[in-house]
Write a protein that binds this ligand. Structure first.
Ligand code: PLP
Length: 429
């Protein structure tokens, strides 16, 4: 009796998709706060370990609360299969490592979250995966030249954190597919309410659910959704992990056995099994409450941010404002194409004067708070050069599209007039 919400609007999917109670079951998603499940016979449990039958046995692998929320996010993205992870970092690591291991190469946009950039160029490099970082507006030629015989994926962010560059999704998908590899996109900032990358040819989407999806700064989490549009078997020699027998599961070939769920099943069965990073059921429950109002909050975030961006652009103290919804912005045309209803609540801007001016302005704010966070119901600010990206050199900052004076303002869902008044009194000081 599971209703298929594929034809419902995104608003209805936010509220209704995922948990589908049967008669007499709880209306609200239950929290299965249990590590384990009981079975009557040894054979029943054995079949689960062989992946011969689907079922729950241990929360590191699967948990019904987490699976219900993964199903909602999968429905929001219009995907075929999805999973939750304990953080956005784990989601991006798993999404890439599921198809690229030691000796492989991945092309990534350089305009990505600082944590992801560290993961790729420091930690995964130590694991033997090589990354080429290119600016998000690299030409087709530059992109084509970056491919190597061992390239396994192309990666980028729909809207980059914190630079707010807009990725040309169709163009990235066309280049990746011309070279026989999938396009993986982190859709954290846009959320599926404002952009559904699968509609533009993207194959796999990741999220830090810590941000707008949760929206209340209440849990750290991540998600991976697969469109199942990429044909692993057509490029079997590139993706042996999906197309040749897995000896740790009695010779199962994921792409043959699991069809549209192949990529996600492999990711759970191998990476979640061996590396952990499983979400807590209680956190999945909290995330689900956030998802139920995601559509309403995104509308208000965008409405408020448009007002704030236009106001900042008119101020003498402000050197520049980067908000793709503003006409005249370098990414305005791409934003209109991929996110016609609005991008998100994050604005990047710079004040005239030295680096200290940014710090003095931020220290003078009243309810707008300095936080290592973004995409929250409460308006907050951060200075990436002094906070999230402080380990990057000036050259690396420039490569990631982050000027030293950049202030990341995450506009919340308070009254826009109150937000403007707080910014104004801080600018005046
Ligand atoms: C925050 C963020 C991440 C990392 O997510 P965590 O949940 O903090 O681990 C990844 N990508 C983007 C775009 C982010 O904003």
């Amino acid at each position: 009796m599971n209703k298929d919400f594929a034809s419902s609007s995104i608003d209805t999917r936010c509220v209704q998709a995922g948990w589908q109670p049967a008669d007499g079951e709880p209306r609200q998603l239950p929290v299965w706060q249990s590590t384990t499940w009981k079975y009557a016979t040894s054979a029943d449990m054995g079949a689960l370990f062989d992946l011969a039958r689907a079922g729950y046995f241990y929360t590191r692998l699967q948990n019904p609360t987490c699976d219900s929320v993964a199903a909602k996010i999968t429905a929001l993205e219009g995907g075929a299969a999805g999973m939750l992870t304990s953080s956005g970092q784990a989601a991006n690591f798993f999404a890439v490592f599921n198809i690229a291991s030691a000796g492989d190469h991945v092309i990534s946009s350089a305009a990505i979250y600082g944590g992801t950039s560290n993961l790729f160029t420091v930690t995964m490099k130590k694991m033997g995966v090589d990354f080429t970082l290119l600016p998000p507006d690299a030409t087709d030629d530059e992109l084509d030249r970056a491919f190597r015989p061992n390239t396994k994926a192309v990666f980028g962010e729909t809207l980059s954190n914190p630079g707010m560059e807009v990725l040309d999704l169709s163009r990235g998908a066309a280049r990746a597919h011309a070279h026989g590899v999938p396009f993986i996109v982190d859709n954290t900032f846009a959320t599926p309410v404002n952009c559904r990358p699968f509609e533009w040819g993207v194959d796999i989407v990741t999220h830090s659910t810590t941000k707008y999806m949760d929206g209340h700064a209440a849990q750290v989490g991540g998600a991976i959704v697969d469109s199942a549009n990429f044909d692993w078997m057509a490029h079997a020699e590139k993706f042996p992990g999906l197309t040749t027998p897995d000896e740790s599961y009695h010779g199962i070939v994921y792409a043959e056995r699991f069809g549209k769920a192949a990529y996600i099943t492999k990711c759970v069965a191998q990476l979640m099994r061996d590396l952990g990073s499983a979400p807590a059921p209680m956190n999945a429950f909290v995330l689900n409450l956030g998802l139920e109002s995601l559509h309403l909050r995104m509308r208000r975030h965008c409405e408020n941010a448009r007002k704030v961006a236009a106001w900042l652009a008119g101020r003498d103290e402000v050197a520049w404002v980067n908000y793709p919804d503003l006409p005249g912005n370098k990414y305005h045309a791409l934003a209109q194409k991929y996110m016609p209803q609005g991008t998100c609540g994050v604005i990047a801007f710079g004040l005239k004067g030295d680096r200290d001016r940014a710090i003095r302005f931020m220290d003078a704010l009243q309810f707008v708070a300095i936080e290592t966070h973004v995409a929250d119901a409460r308006t907050c600010v951060l200075h990436p050069a002094s906070h999230t990206h402080r380990q990057l050199s000036d050259a690396q900052l420039a490569e990631a599209g982050i000027p030293k004076e950049l202030i990341r303002l995450s506009v919340g869902i308070e009254d826009a007039g109150d937000i403007l008044r707080d910014l104004e009194q801080a600018l005046a000081k």
